[in-house]
Design a protein around this ligand. Structure first.
Ligand SMILES: [Zn+2]
Ligand SMILES: [Zn+2]
Length: 365
């Protein structure tokens, strides 16, 4: 079928809206009419060549939300008309998947970054030319996307679908890191480094967990103000004070949990240095492969843990509906992070995100 998609033709180039041809769904696939799609830093990393993915032309987009249009013959999870949020894909058969740790799938690359289906067949074409698609098994910067039944999450249809898009990656990553990975206990303290979409979502998660001290760290005063509105009890402007000293002082020696949402070795070092004994630091910020960091070994030895976290350690089929329940109860206002743009304004949305003018841009199809 003919679709409208935002195509990257050269590494680092602009998105161009073009008409492409999308395959019919295979037996285990779902054709989704995309209503909205969030823009995530991973899309820009892919565009700018920082991810190990095939060269352009490509269609990215991995925070799609929409309505099921058509399903393959073996699909039982959803039917046409269902509202869905698309998440990360996984193989379902490796030891990580079988243990319920689907975001640590051993075949993750093949199912998310391969530029085609895992069996190498392409889903997108322009005339005779193959366009790399299947990005996170969706390539949802388009009005229609092909997902697998696995990464298609059915959601309730009594909440506005267009706000749900970022639950499939950014929001799930931040909130899940606190709720699932750190499993922050009530009456504890947490320091969250970075107040982009992931860090803000982590603050919302910390509120739900009942953390009594929630410290937001950033260099952007406007973001810190918003962090307070979302539930941060303290803020630290890292551009103005010694972050580690400030947090140790606020907490009488250190926090029980910290979360690095920036993707910077110096920030990770700070996030570890603010831990109290037995404290746990979650690492969420993405860095290029090969990035190294140093720690004080003696300091770490006092029961402190550094833990890498992908996708908020979530099982998307279970966690995304729970986040939506919390949202509908008014306890999870992640929609405060969103700014909507028309699909045709994708390049402006990217620019505004890079300038820090918006937290989570969402394209309306
Ligand atoms: Zn797997
Ligand atoms: Zn993402």
């Amino acid at each position: 079928m003919k679709i409208k998609a935002a195509v990257i033709s050269e590494t680092g180039g602009d998105f161009n809206i073009e008409q492409l041809e999308l395959c019919e769904p295979n037996a285990d696939e779902v054709l989704v009419h995309i209503v909205s799609v969030g823009i995530c830093h991973t899309d820009l990393g892919a565009r700018d060549g920082y991810l190990p993915i095939p060269s352009p032309p490509s269609v990215f987009g991995h925070e799609g939300a929409g309505v099921v249009k058509k399903v393959g013959s073996r699909v039982t999870k959803v039917k046409p008309g269902d509202h869905v949020v698309l998440a990360w894909d996984y193989c379902g058969t490796c030891s990580s998947c079988k243990a319920g740790k689907v975001l640590y799938c051993k075949n993750f690359f093949l199912h998310n970054f391969h530029g085609a289906r895992p069996d190498d067949t392409a889903t997108l074409r322009k005339g005779d030319q193959i366009i790399h698609g299947s990005f996170f098994c969706q390539s949802s910067f388009a009005d229609f996307a092909l997902a697998n039944e696995r990464n298609t999450v059915k959601v309730r249809d009594d909440v506005p679908l267009e706000v749900l898009a970022p639950l499939g990656c950014g929001v799930m990553t931040g909130t899940g890191a606190v709720m699932n990975s750190l499993q922050a206990k009530p009456e504890t303290s947490i320091a969250i480094f970075g107040t982009g979409a992931v860090g803000m979502s982590a603050i919302l998660g910390a509120v739900i967990c009942g953390c009594t001290t929630i410290i937001a760290v950033d260099v952007n005063a406007d973001r810190l103000k918003m962090a307070k509105e979302l539930g941060a009890t303290h803020t630290v402007n890292a551009g103005k004070v010694n972050t580690v000293e400030a947090i140790r002082e606020m907490t009488g020696g250190g926090v029980e949990y910290s979360l690095e949402c920036v993707g910077n070795p110096k920030v990770l070092r700070q996030a570890v240095d603010v831990l109290a004994r037995l404290g746990v630091c979650g690492l969420v910020g993405v860095v290029p492969p090969g990035t190294e960091v140093s720690f004080d070994m003696d300091f770490l030895m006092n029961g402190r843990t550094v833990k890498g976290v992908l996708g908020g350690d979530a099982v998307p089929d279970l966690f995304i509906p729970k986040m939506i329940d919390l949202y509908s109860q008014g306890r999870f206002p992640f929609d405060r992070l969103i700014t909507f743009y028309p699909f045709d304004d994708i390049n402006k949305a990217v620019e505004d995100m890079k300038k820090g003018l918006v937290i989570k841009p969402i394209l309306r199809l």
